[in-house]
Design a protein around this ligand. Structure first.
Ligand code: SF4
Length: 73
């Protein structure tokens, strides 16, 4: 199942550790807060993303599964 990386901007204290661990998907703004590339995680980066989630000192990052939209008839 496709996953996305999400950030809780209230919790994040902007130290930028996640951007160091996952520069392919996370950059920092002028104040040091992360900007996450939109879209689902490429499978090759899922393990790196998990490491970034685990390393966040304030638990502001999480991986979320994209639930497929089902059609109703
Ligand atoms: S590691 Fe966590 S607290 Fe630090 S910038 Fe990334 S999301 Fe924010």
């Amino acid at each position: 199942m496709a996953e996305t990386l999400q950030i809780d901007r209230i919790r994040c204290d902007g130290h930028g550790l996640c951007a160091e661990l996952l520069p392919e998907l996370i950059s920092l703004d002028d104040w040091g807060f992360p900007i996450i590339k939109a879209g689902t995680l490429p499978p090759s980066l899922v393990e790196h993303a998990r490491r970034a989630v685990d390393a966040c000192p304030v638990l502001a990052l999480r991986l979320a599964s994209m639930t497929p939209v089902t059609q109703r008839h």
